[in-house]
Design a protein around this ligand. Structure first.
Ligand code: NAD
Length: 493
């Protein structure tokens, strides 16, 4: 399996589950294709269509491994994370190519994400040596009272296709360093990439059963993880519809859970903004990765004094963007990740037009006949969007920007908050007072001034407010809150 995956340039590979330290074909023998969205019909890999029996085996392997794993020192666990980081980094080109072929983002972004995955592993490897508790003065002068952290047991990880390396790693790395065993269900759309990540963990020498991967349908394996009594905690990133369900199932059986879900992220352009910078950030934040980032800019709220000038500059910039196969070095914007995603995006574009927004540019198929075969959409900018329109309310997850006019900054912030989501928001301004008002008043977990909405640093807490999250945070030191339980210890000599 590992050798087979080493040559993922153009051929079709077969991916197995990874259970108890070895590669296993699914019990059913059935496989599903992982397809290249840039070239219809090209199968990147045949991946397991697993059944509950496969999941049960993985949970049993994790359960058997977790006791010895938690007894290792943090430094001992960290040493394996460092090894996995080096292996991942060394294979960044290969993993990046597999990712581009499976979900379409440009090779530069895909390699960059893989290298970021290595950095996340190193950050959490170091976490094995950092403090975990406090000494708290007891009212009993003879006693020692302190807090310590204990692992949860087996953690179930459910991840989406849009960041197929970074997201599972920012979940698995903290789960592992704090002493948990892992059962991971990647998105089937990017399961070849997932197989390559697992190969790095395998080569790094993690003890059998500490990390397991089961690939399959979300409704079977994903839901199976949420329901499984042998899984003590579930961490999920994906859509709101699925996330809420996962959370309800976990809650009902008393398992700890964490949900990171969608966004409808605004950029606000104030009257005193540097418009060229704001345009750059809107294009980059909204359209890179074909708009398929949870933090992608979707609503562009512009204060009226600069609205027309900003609009002209934005359209001119969008016109320059080159749509193409992500493997082509000239491409700025790849295809939608799948046929399903393409259908969703084009349905929203039609809806925008039907509801009276004005499509200024894009929203169709590229002219290049070489792209006729893929799920490409030219980046779209809508004008005259009002807050009650569907494209101003619902997450599109595609290359679509909606321009909304505001009277002043106060109204712009009210419009920014007029959504069920609260993941990320940004403001362009030269005024420190505006910046502080925006930071104070905006309901989002990530608020950025003079920087695009899509910017997440691995050492800082990340997560949403309102409907975007279960109100926990991932990444940085914040991860310790989910992946461990606090124990308060009291010792009387
Ligand atoms: P999705 O909800 O369809 O799938 C996410 C994962 O859940 C996949 O592994 C899928 O197989 C699994 N799944 C599907 N049905 C399931 C079920 N019934 N029970 C359990 N698991 C199930 O989402 P997607 O289309 O893969 O990803 C896009 C979404 O993810 C967008 O809404 C995006 O905003 C969100 N996202 C959020 C963040 C964040 O950190 N907040 C980051 C990236 C993506």
């Amino acid at each position: 399996m590992t050798e087979n995956l080493a040559k993922t340039e153009t051929e079709t590979v077969t991916v197995d589950n990874y259970i108890g330290g070895s590669w296993r074909a699914p019990a059913s023998g059935r496989r599903i294709p992982s397809l290249n969205p840039a070239r219809k019909g090209e199968v990147v890999g045949w991946v397991p269509d697993s059944e509950p029996a496969d999941l049960n085996e993985a949970v049993a392997a994790a359960d058997a491994a977790r006791h010895a794993w938690r007894k290792l020192s943090g430094a001992g666990r960290g040493a394996l994370l460092y090894k996995a980081a080096d292996l991942l980094e060394n294979r960044a080109e290969e993993i990046g190519r597999a990712m581009t072929r499976e979900m379409g983002k440009t090779l530069g972004e895909a390699k960059g994400e893989t290298i970021r995955g290595a950095a996340i592993l190193r950050y959490y490897a170091g976490e094995g040596m950092r403090p975990v508790g406090d000494v708290i003065p007891s009212t009993d002068a003879d006693a020692l009272m302190f807090t310590t952290r204990t692992p949860l047991g087996v953690v179930g990880v459910i991840s989406p296709w849009n960041f197929p390396v970074a997201i599972p790693i920012w979940k698995m790395a903290p789960a592992l360093i704090y002493g948990n065993a892992v059962v991971w269900k990647p998105a089937a759309e990017t399961a070849v990439t997932a197989g390559l990540i697992m190969a790095c963990f395998h080569e790094a020498g993690f003890p059998a059963g500490v990390v397991n991967m089961v690939i399959g349908d979300g409704a079977v394996i994903g839901q199976g993880i949420a329901e499984h009594p042998g899984i003590h905690a579930v961490t999920f990133t994906g859509s709101n519809a699925v996330g809420k369900r996962v959370g309800q199932i976990a809650l009902a059986r008393g398992a700890k859970y964490q949900l990171e879900m969608g966004g409808k992220n605004p950029v606000i352009v104030a009257e005193d903004a540097d418009l060229d910078l704001a345009v750059e950030a809107t294009v980059s934040g909204g359209l890179r990765s074909t708009g398929q980032k949870c933090t992608a800019t979707s609503r562009v709220i512009v204060v009226q004094g600069v609205y027309e000038t900003f609009k002209e500059k934005l359209v001119a910039k969008v016109k320059e963007l080159r749509v193409g196969d992500g493997l082509d070095g000239e491409t700025w914007l790849g295809p939608c990740a799948s046929e399903k995603q393409y259908e969703t995006v084009t349905r929203y574009i039609r809806k925008g037009v039907e509801e009276g927004a004005e499509l200024l540019i894009g929203g169709g198929r590229p002219d290049d006949p070489a792209l006729a075969d893929g799920f490409f959409v030219t980046p779209a900018v809508f004008d005259r969007v009002t807050p009650e329109m569907t494209i101003a309310k619902e997450e599109i997850f595609g290359p679509v920007l909606a321009l909304i006019r505001a009277r002043d900054l106060e109204e712009a912030i009210a419009l920014a908050n007029d959504t069920e989501y609260g993941l990320s928001a940004s403001l362009y301004t030269r005024d420190i007072g505006n910046a502080l008002t925006f930071i104070r008043e905006t309901d989002a977990g990530l608020v950025r001034v003079n920087a695009e909405t899509a910017g997440v640093e691995l050492q800082a807490p990340f997560g949403g407010m309102k409907g975007s999250s279960s109100h926990s945070r991932e990444q940085g030191r914040a991860a310790i809150e989910f992946y461990t339980a606090v124990k308060t210890a009291f010792v009387k000599p």
